[in-house]
Design a binder for this molecule. Structure first.
Ligand code: GLA
Length: 387
């Protein structure tokens, strides 16, 4: 892939001289959904698929972008003077947002660059192609200009860019999972204070299978921000009667005791999901550490039910994929992953059942939804690298 992107860089931008190649992964979240902006736990891992980048410094302030995924768009030109926050104005807003964010944090990008990207994460699939581009851009800026930032800082800067430049109120999970990824490990992250530990994903005789619903979504056009504010209102109502900083501070019992303080049924369901999902995530990681993959799978299934019924972020496509997955012998657990409303499911499937899983779930999905799903047997990979 390195040779391919360098060659294309030379064709599009004139010469390969002075160009360097990079990679940042995508991510999948195993459990802990819609908890990262509620002070709860998440359990994502980086993948070996992601975004490849080739970049070269310029002597002026011009920015030239090219994506091998959108060849028809050609070279997109901009400049460091034109970094203006705006909502959903094409893919270049992700690298531009990160350049802008470095400037906001006192690390002004000193010169322009030519940047070519190629991603092998399906676009809009909920495997964080955008966070992958953000972390990749930050990694390149650090490499080019020697900015004193850690990988964790790259995650925070990526999130800052997404929140303030792209106006999507995302949590820290995606950028963190990507910037801090570690081969064969998932990251058990407490989003309340960013403390984390790596947990080996040693799935004896089973693999992670991702199914893409091919229903496109963007966080901006989803109800993501609405869910966030429902949780914020519910938290404020609970804080009238109990001393907590976030929904992640509550266990199920405390929630049941005080839930009547939430004055609206819908908001109560949203908060319930956030509280229960957080506790489920803690238990799931314990189960995995104890080698109880079956329990881990059951908790994944329960996570989906909660996202479907209480948080209401699934939809017919994701529900069909998951409910069909549950029917397959050898499927240990299955749930939607990411923001929801479209995108992907994540399942743990026994090796010998993978072929029939893909066949059965794929067939049922096509029949019911009218278009095909795509399946990926994935591996857990490292964070960003220079190639
Ligand atoms: C998106 C956001 C994350 C997280 C998930 C839901 O992926 O970017 O911060 O909130 O949705 O768990």
């Amino acid at each position: 892939m390195k040779d391919k992107i360098l060659k294309r860089f030379g064709e599009v931008f004139g010469t390969e001289e002075g160009v360097k190649a990079y990679f940042a992964p995508g991510r999948v979240n195993l459990i802990g959904e819609h908890t990262d902006y509620n002070g709860g736990h998440v359990f994502p891992c980086a993948l070996t698929i992601g975004t490849y980048g080739a970049a070269r410094r310029r002597t002026d302030n011009q920015l030239r972008f090219y994506s091998m995924n959108f060849e028809h768009l050609g070279v997109i030109e901009s400049s460091l003077e034109e970094l203006v926050p705006s909502k959903e104005a094409g893919w270049t807003n992700y690298p531009k947002g990160v350049m802008w964010a470095f400037g906001e944090k006192g690390m002004k990008v000193p010169c322009g660059m030519d940047l070519m990207l190629f991603g092998n994460i399906p676009n809009g699939s909920g495997l964080s192609s955008s966070a992958s581009v953000e972390v990749l851009t930050g990694y390149i800026l650090r490499d080019f200009f020697g900015f004193q930032v850690s990988n964790q800082d790259l995650a925070l800067i990526g999130q800052y860019a997404e929140n303030n430049y792209n106006k999507v109120n995302c949590g820290i999970m995606d950028q963190f999972a990507i910037a801090m990824g570690k081969k064969d490990n998932a990251i058990f992250l407490d989003t309340a204070d960013l403390s984390f530990e790596y947990a080996p994903i040693a799935l004896e005789g089973a693999k992670i299978v991702i199914a893409s619903s091919n229903k496109k979504r963007g966080l901006g056009d989803s109800k993501y921000n609405e869910r966030r504010s429902e949780c914020e209102t519910a938290l404020a109502e609970l804080q009238q009667v109990v001393k907590i900083n976030s929904l992640g501070d509550m266990d199920e019992e405390t929630f049941e005791k005080y839930q009547s303080a939430i004055k609206d049924d819908v908001r109560r369901k949203r908060a319930k999901h956030a509280v229960y999902e957080n506790q489920r995530t803690v238990r799931a990681v314990e189960a995995l550490k104890a080698n109880d993959v079956a329990l881990f799978g059951q908790l994944m299934n329960a996570s989906h039910v909660s996202l479907r019924d209480d948080y209401e972020v699934t939809g017919m496509e994701l529900d069909t994929l998951v409910e069909e997955s549950w029917k397959v012998d050898g499927c240990i657990g299955s749930r939607m992953t990411g923001a929801g409303f479209g995108g992907c499911t994540v399942s743990i499937v026994k090796d010998e059942a993978i072929d029939s899983f893909i066949e059965k779930v794929g067939k049922a999905y096509l029949e019911k939804i009218g278009y095909a799903a795509d399946f990926y047997v994935v591996e857990v990979g490292d964070g960003p690298v220079t190639l």
